[in-house]
Design a protein around this ligand. Structure first.
Ligand code: GDP
Ligand code: MG
Length: 297
């Protein structure tokens, strides 16, 4: 890929109420199902959902932590701060609504968005409009409620106006080198996500009994004849934590690993062989194989 002289790159948040079509929009824009991480993973607070890189632009679509889940349950002050702070670091926000629907809940969210980040209103599902003439009055009405940087009607599902949307987003991204290396994306992301899946299951299934700082290290990640082989270690501080994670006869760890493996198989689109070990960080407790979870027979 030759870099365009005016190459631009930046972070784009996609927010909006459930069911307005955020996931569909992201999938159609990125056209690949991977999420990614890379050299910047440690420094960014965002969870990256997908990246689109073309000759001129790298669009990094991110999730803003805490936003989705708390959306409907009232927005308290602490929550507002988290949202506002994380949003402040993106270059542009896509605020997605469904055509003909902008209600009080949308407006409540709009109010807590940082004032200095451009917001593009994406009016989705225009394919559903029986009468296309409704759209213009709706758009001008909406424009009076909130001052958006731009308003773009689209249909994510039918890919209507997505090129226009990308062009518009591009205008708000700074001139920059790519933030993520195109060639490294797939591998690194899958490896990273493998660790995230294990961590997620660990906290879901063991939760309260282990500190949040407990880490998961992917020791090896390789693809052999369409089989993903993942070797991971859960690092804990104390032997009793190790015992809790392993569980009676290894049952707990088996559960963690098998649920994580299923997620990986969905994401990677193929069979996964996963081995998870638990080690106590302090060196004296020697490593021990606690599970060989054969995901592939
Ligand atoms: P999210 O909760 O905001 O992520 O919404 P989803 O992307 O999961 O979409 C919610 C529903 O709306 C799904 O059934 C989608 O198929 C549908 N949907 C999304 N975009 C469009 C669109 O442009 N047109 C129509 N007709 N349906 C859409
Ligand atoms: Mg979604």
């Amino acid at each position: 890929m030759t870099l365009h002289a005016n190459f631009r790159a930046g972070y784009v948040a996609i927010i909006g109420r459930p069911n307005v079509g955020k996931s569909t929009l992201l999938n159609k824009l990125v056209q690949q199902k991977i999420s990614i991480t890379s050299k910047k993973a440690q420094t960014t607070r965002f969870r990256i959902n997908g990246i689109l890189t073309d000759e001129q632009t790298q669009f990094v679509f991110v999730d803003t932590p805490g936003f989705q889940t708390h959306y409907t349950s009232g927005l308290n002050a602490a929550m507002n701060r988290v949202v506002t702070q994380s949003m402040r670091e993106v270059n542009v926000i896509l605020f997605v609504i469904e055509a003909m629907c902008l209600d009080q809940r949308d407006i409540a969210v709009l109010r807590i968005l940082p004032a200095n980040v451009p917001i593009i209103l994406v009016v989705n599902k225009i394919d559903k409009l029986a009468d296309k003439n409704q759209l213009l009055p709706f758009l001008s009405e909406v424009a009076q409620v909130v001052k958006f940087s731009d308003i773009i009607p689209v249909s994510a599902m039918y890919k209507i106006q997505l090129a226009e949307l990308l062009d518009t987003i591009r205008d708000y991204l700074p001139v920059s080198e790519p933030l993520y290396d195109k060639d490294e994306i797939t591998d690194r992301s899958e490896r990273f996500l493998a660790g995230e899946f294990i961590r997620e299951k660990l906290f879901r299934l063991v939760g309260d009994e282990i500190p949040y700082s407990t880490s998961v290290v992917i020791d090896q990640f390789k693809l052999e004849n369409h089989l993903h082989k993942v070797y991971a270690t859960i690092l804990v501080d104390k032997p009793n934590q190790k015992a809790v994670i392993i569980g009676k006869k290894g049952e707990k760890l088996k559960q963690i690993a098998s649920q994580a493996r299923k997620d990986m198989e969905l994401l990677f689109g193929g069979k996964v062989y996963l081995e998870v070990w638990v080690k106590v960080k302090s060196g004296w407790a020697d490593s021990e194989s606690v599970l060989r979870n054969l995901g592939y027979e």
